[in-house]
Design a protein around this ligand. Structure first.
Ligand SMILES: *[C@@H]1O[C@H](CO)[C@@H](O)[C@H](O)[C@H]1NC(C)=O
Ligand SMILES: *[C@@H]1O[C@H](CO)[C@@H](O)[C@H](O)[C@H]1NC(C)=O
Ligand SMILES: *[C@@H]1O[C@H](CO)[C@@H](O)[C@H](O)[C@H]1NC(C)=O
Length: 443
């Protein structure tokens, strides 16, 4: 009894020694925004949120609190446990990147209030608060710029992704799925008074407002049962899995390449001793986390991305000076295919990157044309300016055209004269020839 107790104590001491020797060197933190207002609306009278343009998709006070709490937990980890960050803000230590929507920027602010709480900042500001820079790409109703890192799925940001997505939704698998859900779609159409029939591709337009009502404990629209809401939720889960494509598929690689490169460059910089930051925040969306989980081959077959979800990539250094990565989603360790167990050596990570990224994202997306052979005009007629060359060619073609028409008309004229002459002799009309002449003049 006592022996085994001693053994347990010894083993746990040993374990804590091993763990204590490894140091956290870099944390890449990708999170989803908190609770928000709907992005889509049901037909009236079912809407409970304002439809004003800048009221859609806004972080709620609940969402602010979710991210403040997450920031507090991250402060404990980064400041108190691992001294990865100083207790007060230092611009060399943290880099915050956000997508350009109000809710993600506000989530980052709320999170940073937990990470650097009032009292740790500027003594000349009320409550000694700490302003922190947040970098983002504008995404508003009046200016929507491509965000290749965190929103590569947006229409046109990577035209190839847009095309592959439409192929997925046109596939026989999706058609069969939609057929299997036709009863549910019709029920929704009738009970909610939709002017259109839902489908897998467009289920968000119904699911989103219902989900928000559900989350805020509002009753479902009259007539819609709890079972029907669950069924819509299941269709939405199917959508999240469908639109990210298969593991290692072309679309999955295109979606994940940029974030993979970004992480790798932050990892390399830390190992080289010249980091931009030791904590990097990426404030983004469920879709961002979904495609990243699929890209890594660890997207579980359930609904997994609640508000303020967190995907964390930690770079550790062991007492031999070797680096390894640890992946966790909402605090659960992820075993990435291609890595050894729960740890991923940097070499394993780089070998994996070779398999799951595309070499040249811009040309793979169709943003820059694929390389073409040198233009014939320039090589053959070097020395002649292109415009002059084009003018000369046009003049020559027109001239040849005129000559052809003239020659042809002359020939036809001869034949008409000859036939007329012949028919005069025979006294017979020749209607076929008249058609030919008429058609010629039309050309
Ligand atoms: C800020 O952090 C960097 C990198 O950790 C460190 O070199 C520097 O001394 C820190 N600055 C202050 C004012 O603490
Ligand atoms: C540091 O930040 C700059 C600007 O965002 C970026 O171009 C560069 O790649 C970053 N370096 C690393 C190592 O991530
Ligand atoms: C993760 O788990 C640890 C240990 O249980 C806990 O202290 C921490 O708050 C958790 N972090 C998050 C983000 O939930």
């Amino acid at each position: 009894m006592q022996k085994s107790l001693i053994l347990v104590v010894l083993v746990s001491l040993l374990v804590s020694c091993v763990v204590a020797d490894d140091t956290l060197e870099l944390a890449l933190v990708l999170f989803r925004h908190g609770d928000r207002t709907p992005l889509h609306y049901l037909p009236d009278p079912y809407n409970i949120f304002s439809k004003a343009p800048r009221q859609t998709g806004q972080l709620t006070t609940i969402g602010q609190k979710q991210h403040f709490d997450l920031g507090t937990k991250l402060r404990y980890k980064f400041v108190d446990q691992h001294s990865l960050l100083s207790s007060s803000f230092n611009n060399s230590q943290i880099l915050v990147r956000s997508t350009g929507t109000d809710r993600t920027i506000m989530s980052a602010y709320s999170n940073l209030l937990g990470l650097y709480p009032p009292g740790t900042g500027n003594p000349d500001l009320p409550d000694q608060i700490q302003p922190v820079p947040i970098r983002s790409v504008s995404h508003t109703p009046w200016e929507n710029l491509p965000d290749r890192l965190l929103r590569p799925f947006d229409l046109g940001t990577c035209p190839r992704i847009t095309k592959l997505r439409s192929e997925i939704f046109a596939s026989s698998a999706v058609k069969a799925y939609d057929k299997s859900q036709a009863g549910l779609y019709n029920t929704l159409k009738t009970k909610l008074g939709l002017g259109w029939t839902p489908s897998l591709e467009h289920i968000d337009e119904v699911y989103d407002p219902l989900m928000v009502m559900h989350f805020h404990n509002n009753p479902m629209p009259a007539g819609l049962t709890a079972a029907e809401y669950e069924a819509v939720d299941a269709v939405h889960q199917h959508l999240t899995h469908t639109q990210v494509g298969e593991y290692k598929s072309e679309i999955s690689k295109l979606l994940g390449t940029n974030i993979g490169r970004e992480w790798t460059s932050e990892i390399d910089a830390v190992m080289a001793g010249t980091p931009n930051a030791t904590v990097v925040y990426y404030s983004a969306h469920d879709s961002t986390i979904e495609f990243t989980l699929r890209w890594l081959g660890v997207f579980p077959d359930t609904r997994v991305v609640p508000y303020a979800s967190l995907l964390e990539v930690d770079l550790w250094k062991n007492d031999d000076g070797d680096y390894y990565l640890h992946f966790a989603f909402n605090n659960d360790t992820l075993s990435i295919p291609g890595c050894t167990g729960d740890k991923c050596t940097v070499a394993e990570w780089k070998a994996l990157m070779d398999q799951i990224t595309v070499k040249d994202w811009d040309s793979a997306c169709g943003l820059v044309p694929a390389p073409t052979p040198a233009p014939v005009v320039k090589t053959v007629h070097s020395g002649i300016p292109p415009l002059v060359f084009v003018v000369v060619v046009v003049v020559m073609l027109v001239g040849m055209g005129v000559m052809c028409v003239a020659a042809f008309s002359a020939g036809v004229g001869m034949r008409v004269w000859k036939m007329k002459h012949d028919s005069d002799k025979k006294g017979v009309e020749e209607p076929l020839l008249a058609d030919v002449v008429e058609n010629d003049t039309l050309v």
